[in-house]
Structures are given as C-alpha cells and as structure tokens.
Design a protein around this ligand. Structure first.
Ligand code: ATP
Length: 458
C-alpha cells in the first residue's frame, strides 16, 4: 500500500539509512543524505552492479570520467538544445507539473492516452479539469561557472548522465584496453538534473547516482544485443531477490523516444507512490550511432572502428542499460520489507519487522551479541566481533534484552546474529541465529568464520 513508502521513509531516518539533507536548517527540499546503513546498502548495490556488469565479464571495462565535461560535449550530444522537460502550471492552484508526467499518470489509470492532451486531465493537486497552461520547455541541465568570471563564456554543465564521458573516451578505451565490438564501457557516478518536480523520497532528486554501461556493437547486430541486455538487466534484479510481481517492462512509444533512441524499454518497479503505482527503475536504450556520430562530426575526430579481419569500417551502435542507484536502493528496501511474527522472551508471538535483503546487499552482515553485559562475556564477544570485522561489516550490541536486540537487527536486515552466552565460556561455541527462519544453531568458535563465509557468499 501507499503507506509502505512512508514506513520506509521513517525507518530510513530512525535507523540511519537516509536523512533529509541540511535538516538542521529545516531541510533542503527533495534532497537526501545517506547515513551509516544507507551508505553500506548503496555501496553493496553498486558493488554488485559492477561485479555483474564489469568484472565478471570479459567484454566490459570500467571508466570514471569527470562530472564536468567540455561544454562542447553537451552541445554536440544534443543536451543543450533538447534536454528539456515540458513545464505546465495549473491556472487554478498554480502548482507546476511536468506535462509528460501528467499524461503518463492518466495513461496508467485509464489505459489510454488522453485524446485532447492536457485538456482531458484533472489537476492532481486541486482537481480542476483542463486548467493547464501551454507547456513550456524547461532545461534540465544544471550549470555552474568555472574560473573567476561569471559570464557566458565560463558556463559549464554538471553532467545529466554519465554516458557522455564514455562516448568521448570511446577510442582511448577501445585502443588501450585492446577491445573490439561487441564490448562495453561502464561507469557509475553522480549525475545532476534540474528536475521541475523532484520528490517521492530518493526516487527523483536533482543530484543522484547512476550506473550506466554503453555496449558498442556492429550496426545490424544492435537489435539482438538490445534483447540480450534487457534480459541480463531483468535477471540482475531478480538474482538479488527482487520479486517479479513488482516488476514489469514499459516499452516507450515511438513518438516519445529520446532524441538519440531507436528503441527504449524501461524496467519499472511497483513503488506505489500516491499518484502512480509504477515508476521507472532503469532504461535499456538503443542509442544507435547517434552519440559517436555527433561527437565525430563536432570534434573532427574519427570515432569509427576499423575491423581489420573483415576490412570494414563502421561507427558502432550502442546499447545502454542505465540505472539509478537511489531508485534501485528504494526498490530493494520496499521489496525486502516484511512484517511477520516472532516469539518474545515468554514465547508469545509478537509482530516483527524484517528486511529480507539478499546477503550480498545487507548493510550489516553479522551482529555479535553478548547475552548480557558481563565482565567475562563482553570481552569474549568483543574479541569475536573484532576478528569477524576483518571480513565483514559487523555490529556489536550489548544493550538491552536479547529479544529486542534481535528485533533491531531484523529491522535493518542483518542476516546473522551471533550470541555469546555463559555456555560459551565452557564449550567455546556460540549460537548463530538466521534472520528469516529465526533458526538457531550452535557453532564452535574455531569454525564460526568458515560457517559464516560459506553463507555470506559474494
Ligand atoms: P524519468 O522519466 O523518471 O525522469 P528518465 O527516463 O529521464 O527518468 P534516464 O535518462 O533513462 O531517466 O536515466 C536513467 C536512470 O537514471 C533512470 O532509470 C533512473 O533510475 C535514474 N534517474 C534519472 N533521473 C533521476 C533523478 N532525477 N533522480 C534519481 N534517479 C534518476
């Protein structure tokens, strides 16, 4: 339900996943900071993406280009001219909207596009029908000035996508890494967009992180590779435990494609925001030879590829899976959140909240819990935590009743709790409790590391 998102927002703040940005000054609208658990979750997601998309493959290499590129890059790529959103305002309540978002919400609800455009649409804020102004194009580029003067000559853009840094480095990477199409270049990093209507928590912000990969192929083989990457990307999410009932494909209609795209299909997730059920998680686009072609033309550099074996020269086509880190993290949080029941100290069943994160993305892997604060148990437990910390992110907690400490770990998705109790002093063993089944197992201290390593793969 829609309130699940509110639950996640409050859990995020309470437990240190995500805080409102600049909150001591009342907050900066629609900007967020990632706390100790959030940064772990986010980095784990990025690591899994990098592993799956780059290091586990022989045909993809990585790159980390600048955020601010030469202004000519954004002129040649078409962003200065066409990276715009249609802005409209309700003449009744004066709230601003993106016209395309209003139409998409209408389509989602009614299953068809509005015949008369905005005239058919009720204002989501005040309900007035068809009271929108003619949409005006509004640039999505955020700009800054480089150097001591602030004139038009010093304007620079913060990248709205990481992809262009890949295109400008295409020939360098291709020759230095000795690759030939089909091959890909991947990059993760911050992007910036002057969104008209940021919101829905970390779903849409003006500063965000992307994970993008440009896969260069021979023209004519692009459609096949597009299908291939669509399948790979779907499998990445499901492989990390995302449920398929909450995922779907959205095929962009031809008339709504971006200026560079031949075909784009989005993976959508059922975020269940107030206004709309589904939201884009990532786009998989066939960018054709648009970008390399445009940069070759504008820079005067040859960005084609020469296949020596076949003696043919071509400008590669590009398939691009482009995902957002924040959206992915939010989707995994929503998808992992479960309320079930666990027995309390007296054996009575009580509600518990559990984040069933895949082990690979869980922010804390193991919690070490001495049964009570005790001069013998505590040092033993601290020593164990210190040893395990060499391999994993560990929490040590000796405050309060053991049941409450289990609950705290369940709520942040810690896969294993290791309890050091009085028996440990005799048998040199600890109790390991697994998060989802709540099953407990006695494991000897000299085997605990191997036990956890076997279960915390990846
Ligand atoms: P939308 O239609 O939601 O504005 P888009 O189609 O413009 O998204 P792309 O240009 O395809 O998005 O960007 C690729 C990915 O980057 C998106 O699928 C999303 O995960 C992420 N992304 C884009 N804009 C934002 C944003 N403002 N905040 C957070 N993530 C974003």
């Amino acid at each position: 339900a829609a309130d699940k998102i509110d639950t996640i927002v409050s859990l995020s703040k309470r437990r240190g996943f995500v805080y409102p940005c600049s909150e001591i000054y009342g907050g900066q609208r629609a900007a967020w900071d990632y706390g100790p658990l959030g940064v772990e979750l986010k980095e784990n997601i990025k690591r899994q993406w990098w592993r799956y998309m780059v290091t586990a493959r022989e045909d993809v290499v990585g790159l980390d280009s600048s955020v601010i590129l030469a202004t000519e890059v954004w002129q040649a790529s078409g962003h200065v001219a066409t990276f715009t959103d249609p802005l409209t305002e309700c003449t009744s309540c004066h709230k601003r909207f993106r016209a395309d978002h209003l139409e998409e919400a209408f389509e989602e609800k009614k299953g068809r596009l509005p015949e008369n455009g905005l005239a058919d649409i009720n204002c989501p804020n005040c309900g007035t029908k068809g009271a929108f102004t003619e949409p005006k194009q509004f640039s999505g580029l955020l700009s800054t000035h480089l150097g001591p003067t602030q004139d038009s000559g010093s304007v620079a853009y913060l990248r709205p996508e990481t992809a262009q840094g890949i295109f400008t480095n295409f020939s360098q990477v291709q020759t230095t890494s000795r690759r030939k199409p089909p091959f890909g270049i991947a990059q993760m990093g911050k992007s910036f967009r002057n969104e008209i209507t940021p919101g829905n928590f970390i779903f849409r912000t003006r500063e965000f992180e992307q994970m993008e990969m440009e896969f260069f192929v021979k023209p004519g083989e692009d459609e096949k590779w597009h299908e291939y990457w669509m399948e790979q990307r779907w499998n990445w999410y499901t492989g990390l435990g995302m449920s398929e009932e909450n995922m779907r494909w959205y095929e962009h209609p031809a008339e709504k494609l971006s200026h560079y795209s031949k075909r784009t299909a989005d993976i959508e997730y059922r975020f269940r925001f107030g206004g709309s059920e589904w939201g884009e998680l990532e786009g998989v686009a066939n960018r054709t030879d648009y970008d390399l072609g445009a940069h070759a033309k504008a820079s005067g550099q040859d960005l084609s590829y020469f296949d020596q074996e076949k003696g043919e020269r071509y400008t590669p086509y590009v398939i691009e899976p482009a995902a957002g880190v924040g959206r992915t993290m939010l989707a995994f949080m929503l998808d992992s959140y479960v309320e079930d029941e666990a027995p309390n100290a007296k054996g009575k069943m009580e509600k518990r909240t559990v984040m069933r994160f895949d082990h690979r993305i869980a922010p804390v892997k193991v919690a070490v819990l001495p049964l009570s604060r005790n001069p013998e148990l505590s040092p033993k437990a601290k020593g164990l935590a210190a040893a395990l910390r060499q391999n994993w992110n560990i929490e040590f907690d000796d405050a309060g009743a053991i049941g409450r400490r289990y609950r705290r770990q369940d709520e942040i998705g810690t896969p294993f709790c290791v309890t050091v109790d009085f028996d440990t002093l005799d048998d040199n063993a600890v109790t390991v409790r697994e998060r989802d089944s709540m099953k407990q197992e006695r494991v000897s201290l000299d085997q605990i590391e191997g036990y956890l390593a076997a279960r915390l793969v990846g």
